[in-house]
Structures are given as C-alpha cells and as structure tokens.
Write a protein that binds this ligand. Structure first.
Ligand code: HEM
Length: 165
C-alpha cells in the first residue's frame, strides 16, 4: 500500500464518518429525541436548546469535511479518465443534492436554532405553492436528501467498479 493509497483511505473514511454523523444524528433527532420530548410532561425547551447548540457544531464540521474530502474523491475518480457518462451524471446529481442540503442546513441557521426547526409546528398555509415551498425547505428534507445521497454514493461505487472491469 503506497502513501497515496493510505491518504485516500483516510479521506474516504473521513467522508463516510461525517456523512454518517450528520444523517444519523438528524435521524436520531427526528425519530427518537423529538417524539420523546413531545411526550414528556416536563418543559423541555432547555434540553432542545442544549441539543441544538451541540448538534450545530457537529453539522458545521460535517459540512466542512464532506466538502473538502468530496472534492479530493471527485478529483481522484475523474482524473484517470476511467469513468463514463453514467458515473459523471450520477456524481452531478449527488453534488447538486449535497449543495441543496448544505444550503438548507446553513439557511436554517440564520433563522433559528437548528433543532428549533425540527419541532416548529407548521404555519397555516395560504396557498398550495407556499405549502410546497415550506415542505421542501424543512429539516425533514435534509434527512430525505441525505438518505438519497447515501444511495447515490453506493451507486457511484458500483458504477466505478463496472467502469474498471
Ligand atoms: C459536494 C459534496 C460532495 C462531493 C463532491 C462528494 C463526492 C463523493 C465521491 C466522488 C465519492 C466516491 C464515490 C465512488 O466510490 O466512486 C463519494 C463517496 C461517498 N459520499 Fe460523497 N460527496 C459529497 C457530499 C456527500 C454528502 C453530503 C454525503 C452524505 C450525506 C455523502 C456521502 C458519501 C458516502 C456515504 C460515500 C461512500 C464512501 C465510502 O464508501 O467509503 N457525500 N462522495
């Protein structure tokens, strides 16, 4: 194993760990913590605020690491000229969805504490269009996009192996 191979192994590992931490942490909040807090008879605002502050740091770090390592992985896959159009198209879709995730996560930051966004009751919709816009800009969307991006990443791996063989 060359130094380059070890470097790429570390880059892949950092990419995977960051993706798992972000999407896994979000799933934990949506499916475990939020329902538990809603059912709790005690006021849980302080717990939400504390969790939001801790989670914000994790999301910031994950985005930074995913972007940096994602660029390195992309250069590594595209430079040898082995991959074909299906790989490039899939990667393009994956990057577009990832950028959408980053914008949603950082956009919500400006408005309110991140986890507040999870528990926000939906405001009354005045039109179908407004309802649609609200639906695709919510934090649930980040989780759904994350799961799709995981699938696309596995597809990229398969397409790369097919291109090699
Ligand atoms: C601009 C952002 C990103 C870029 C440029 C990027 C690029 C890449 C590339 C080129 C690969 C290698 C695919 C292959 O095996 O051929 C990869 C793997 C992967 N990516 Fe990303 N990615 C980005 C963001 C994300 C995000 C947001 C997630 C999840 C939330 C994610 C999850 C993964 C996973 C799980 C793998 C597989 C890692 C492994 O098997 O070791 N990526 N990414």
């Amino acid at each position: 194993m060359s130094v380059g191979d070890v470097f790429l192994l570390v880059v892949r590992w950092l990419h995977l760990v960051s993706a798992a931490a972000w999407v896994g942490g979000s799933l934990f909040y949506l499916l475990v913590l939020r329902p538990a807090l809603r059912r709790s008879p005690e006021p849980s605002g302080w717990l939400n605020a504390a969790a939001a502050s801790e989670f914000r740091a994790l999301v910031d770090t994950s985005i930074l690491v995913l972007l940096t390592t994602g660029i390195i992985l992309t250069l590594n896959r595209l430079t040898p000229g082995v991959v074909g159009t299906p790989y490039v198209l899939t990667l393009g879709v994956k990057i577009a969805l990832s950028v959408w995730m980053f914008i949603l996560a950082l956009g919500r930051r400006r408005r309110t504490a991140l986890l507040d966004a999870y528990r926000q009751a939906p405001e009354p919709t005045t039109s179908r269009l407004q309802g649609l816009v609200r639906a695709v800009s919510g934090y649930n969307t980040i989780v759904i996009l994350g799961i799709v991006v995981f699938l696309l990443s596995d597809l990229l791996k398969v397409l790369f192996e097919i291109a090699l063989s």
